[in-house]
Design a protein around this ligand. Structure first.
Ligand code: ZN
Ligand code: ZN
Length: 407
């Protein structure tokens, strides 16, 4: 096990962030994950990091803060917070986030406090998040188990057995334990890039989604859109992989071109609360009706954060026969669940265009790129999902059949 943890940490540093000699590394982790953050820091220094800076937070204290702090604090952000992130972004630091969150950490917290906190934090950090989504520095999110999370995934096991099972599932999902994971990932990045290129060659204008849950949704792709897979490039020139694991190939929609209805296929952990059986209805790109069997108030608070929250910002294709979906585990964690299922995100779009570098932000917004303080992935893939693409000259091409790529 110790060797596997070492390999996982090395994978995050060498393939994920791809830390370069002389680079500053910023690690964000919960106090429960400190032992793993130390391993990551060690691997970063091995890779030649100039300095590893860590920011720890404690999940229990976070819950206490939301329950007990004075209500006014949820509208405030201390001045040093955006300054801190701005400084490291300007240095081109590599950002490594280790997530281990309890999917229901904020159960019972007043949704209004969560919403106001999201607005104030996302507003204060908007400049930083814009840089991150435009890949101005390399970044990666990876996850390790915590007891609270593991118990949610495996409720019938004891806490220690649940953590062990979740570790096994995570390591399998990231290909640690079967050979050299760094080599396996380099090959995977190349295979997925080839598939993204194939999608780019079709120049689809529309995608039509259908399944037996009731999804009947048409998405519109913007001019000069570019499908991308996990291998990204930072402004510093260094290739990196923003999510490990990752199975998705994604692009942005034209925000005004979504019509119809979509059913989520998995529960969503949103701001520390579960939202189940989501159904969204779109007209002119906008979510005009949101329904859920549980947690609807949390979903509605998120959709009301700003105008852009009601429009889509991401279309991601993930085959149903992906290594993670074949495990048959519901992780209650977006990093894993989104890689077991086709998904969409409402809120801010990643600027994925062939000519992003030559265009002003206003030109990209005019093409239908969405902007918002939020970006929330939700899963919609099913074993019977079909997606049909329409090309510029009106041909209909099967993109997905029975939940898998048909191209
Ligand atoms: Zn995604
Ligand atoms: Zn996303």
């Amino acid at each position: 096990m110790q060797q596997h943890l070492q390999d996982y940490a090395r994978l995050i540093v060498e393939v994920g962030a791809n830390v370069q000699s002389g680079q500053t590394v910023l690690v964000s982790a919960s106090t429960d994950s400190a032992y793993f953050a130390r391993l990551v820091a060690e691997k970063a220094y091995d890779a030649g990091a100039r300095e590893v800076v860590t920011r720890f937070y404690d999940e229990n204290l976070r819950r206490m803060h939301f329950l007990r702090a004075d209500s006014a604090v949820f509208d405030e952000v201390a001045r040093w917070v955006p300054e801190f992130y701005k400084e490291y972004a300007e240095r081109g630091a590599a950002l490594i986030s280790i997530s281990a969150s309890d999917p229901e950490l904020l159960l019972g917290v007043d949704p209004d406090r969560i919403q106001r906190n999201n607005i104030s934090t996302s507003t204060a950090l908007k400049g930083f998040y814009d840089k991150q989504m435009a890949n101005e520095f390399p970044w990666i999110i990876a996850a390790i188990p915590s007891e609270a999370w593991a118990k949610k995934v495996f409720p019938d096991l004891s806490a220690s057995e649940a953590v062990e099972r979740l570790w096994e599932a995570i390591l399998a999902a990231v290909h640690v334990g079967d050979g050299d994971p760094v080599a396996i990932w380099r090959e995977k990045v190349a295979t997925m890039a080839a598939r993204a290129e194939m999608l780019n060659e079709y120049r689809f204008t529309k995608l039509h989604y259908q399944n037996s849950l009731g999804t009947d949704l048409t998405l519109t792709l913007p001019e000069e859109h570019q499908w991308v897979a996990c291998g990204e490039k930072a402004a510093t020139g260094q290739p990196f992989v923003a999510n490990i694991p990752t199975e998705e190939i994604f692009v942005l929609p034209n925000k005004w071109g979504t019509e119809g209805v979509v059913y989520a296929s998995m529960p969503l952990s949103l701001n520390g609360n579960l939202v189940e059986d989501i159904r969204l209805t779109f007209a002119g790109g906008k979510i005009v009706k949101a329904e859920a069997s549980r947690g609807l108030e949390h979903l509605e608070k998120e959709l009301d954060i700003d105008e852009g929250a009601r429009y889509l910002g991401e279309i991601a294709l993930v085959p149903h026969q992906s290594p993670i979906s074949e495990m048959g585990i519901l992780f209650y964690n977006t990093l894993f669940d989104e890689n077991a299922s086709c998904h969409l995100a409402f809120g801010k779009a990643y600027p994925k265009f062939r000519d992003s570098d030559e265009r002003t932000e206003q030109e990209l917004l005019d093409r239908g790129m969405n902007d918002s303080l939020v970006h929330v992935d939700f899963m919609i893939g099913t074993p019977d999902l079909s997606i049909t693409g329409t090309t510029e000259d009106g041909r209909k091409i099967p993109v997905f059949r029975d939940g898998n790529f048909a191209l």
